[in-house]
Ligand binder design. Structure first.
Ligand code: 4AD
Ligand code: MG
Length: 470
């Protein structure tokens, strides 16, 4: 509660007010007007302050208030209301506020306020990303996002994992995919050149070419070789030009890394972690999830419950290829052993064939990153991808190659600059141990938990090709 010095009262948030037993007490509520309606005798003002999806109904007796005094109380305006908390006469709410004073803090011109009416399309709301948090939908998404971030930390803290802050500016390409945003202070028009005519990055701020990180994994591995079980949770950046509903150029990733874990342990942790997060949402975000369920996707709550209650299907990449080859469904992309799975293939496995989340393991080495542990067959690596309904890949991870020789061989084969990675290779030179880890895309998790269809709608300010307005 925040004391308002002008009237010497403490503000109560709407969420708390709605849970309070009315006993004639006065309350001070502040927030934004969602709707105003009424007649000659009474005006009803629905006020929301973001603490919950539910509004508090403010009732103004028009024998006490003048039309004029409530003229600026319009949708989108901010108000400060003092009144008596009473049992509600109407349907849909238990308590309401019988207003004594209604002060407008900031007006919102009905002629120009874009959220005058309900029911705007998500596409339209994306164009006013600075105002969309004021809608029920984005309020719900942002509260769930907060709850999931909190649950991530709670989960790992309970398990004795340590939160490690890995750098955002790095000189390495952790995934070896080359989809990086450069970080430089060199003059873009006239950068210093070497004798051979290339840009001379030794003149750059860090004395070398640097970029925004695509993953905190490599630094995570380094710290896991001392603290045993760690996780990172930070922003990651990928300059892949994929304009899809599941890709962002800036997204958040949770990356646990565990010494002494083999692939089996890694899978167990991933499944337990995902179930914990979904259960946390069901236990703590029901108002928001119920709204999203009713509004967008009637299958949302059943789907969340299903994931919590059922074991994930585990199978190898090779087995999955067999399933896909004998599938009756026609795919746009052909499947053959050695090719990467497209999202249509992943979704077929999850949604049509097994009808539950799937963990695929042991992928061909050529379609996975250099750091994954090579299997005895010499052809596959100890990778694991977790595939979810409606999403496809939600987690990517692996057991890591702990042998110095084998890792160097893989780096050479895949053109990973081994000289610059000397510090990473040191982990394999000094006290190397079997270890594993994975990365959970935070926004992909939120897509699943909220049932939203587009990843641009589960992050406040999405970054994607040709878009960084807000
Ligand atoms: O599979 P990825 O590329 O794996 C890694 O980066 C490993 N270093 C993780 C690890 O083992 N520590 O990415 C991990 C996850 C994906 O499964 C996906 O959920 C998400 O990150 N992801 C994206 N989410 C949104 N937009 C993008 N462009 C994404 N790229 C990956
Ligand atoms: Mg992946």
């Amino acid at each position: 509660m925040l004391r308002d010095t002008t009237i010497n009262m403490k503000r109560t948030k709407v969420k708390e007010v709605l849970q309070t037993e009315p006993s004639g007490q006065e309350v001070l509520v502040k927030g934004w007007v969602r709707t105003k309606r009424g007649n000659k005798y009474v005006t009803f003002i629905a006020v929301n302050d973001g603490s919950t999806i539910n509004n508090i109904q403010v009732v103004a007796d028009m024998t006490v208030f003048s039309e004029e005094s409530l003229k600026e109380v319009t949708t989108g305006a901010s108000v400060s209301v003092v009144g008596t908390l009473v049992q509600s006469q109407g349907k849909g709410q238990t308590v309401e506020i019988q207003a004594r004073t209604v002060e407008v803090l900031g007006t919102a011109d009905p002629e120009t306020y874009p959220l005058q009416k309900k029911g705007h399309s998500l596409e339209f709301l994306r164009e006013i990303a600075h105002l969309r948090p004021r809608t029920n939908t984005f309020g719900a998404v942002l509260r769930v996002r907060h709850a999931m971030a909190f649950a991530v930390h709670q989960y790992f803290n309970q398990k004795g994992f340590f939160y490690i802050h890995t750098p955002i500016i790095t000189a390495s390409d952790a995934e070896g995919a080359g989809e990086m945003f450069r970080v430089t202070t060199l003059d873009p028009v006239n950068p210093p050149k070497t004798e051979t005519g290339e840009v001379d990055f030794s003149e750059d701020f860090f004395g070398k070419s640097t970029n925004l990180t695509v993953s905190g994994q490599l630094e995570g591995e380094v710290t896991a070789m001392a603290l045993s079980e760690i996780y990172t949770f930070g922003p990651t950046f990928r300059a892949e030009n994929s304009n899809t509903s599941r890709h962002l150029a800036e997204f958040w990733m949770i990356e646990p890394e565990m010494a002494f874990y083999e692939l089996e342990d890694n899978m167990e942790l991933a499944e337990d972690f995902l179930k914990y997060l979904v259960r946390y949402a069901l236990d703590n975000c029901m108002d928001d999830l119920q709204f999203l369920n009713d509004m967008y996707d009637k299958e949302l709550l059943p789907r969340l419950n299903f994931v919590v209650e059922n074991d994930f299907q585990r199978l190898t990449y090779t087995e999955a290829i067999e399933v896909l080859k004998t599938a009756k469904q026609k795919f746009e992309y052909k499947v053959d052993w050695g090719t990467d799975l497209q999202s249509e293939h992943e979704r077929y496995l999850v949604e049509k064939h097994f009808k539950k989340p799937v963990i695929l393991t042991n992928y061909p080495k050529d379609i996975k990153s250099f750091y994954m542990k090579l299997n005895e067959d010499g052809k596959t690596v100890r990778a694991m991808d977790v595939l979810f309904p409606g999403i496809g890949e939600i987690i990517g991870g692996s057991q890591r190659e702990e042998s110095y020789e084998k890792l160097v061989t893989r780096m050479r084969e895949m053109g990973v600059p081994e000289k610059e990675m000397w510090w990473f290779l040191d982990t394999r030179r000094f006290g190397t141990v079997p270890h594993s880890g994975f990365g959970l895309g935070f926004e992909r998790l939120l897509l699943f938990v909220t049932g939203m269809g587009n990843i641009r709608d589960v992050i406040p300010f999405p970054r994607f090709p040709k878009s960084a307005e807000f």
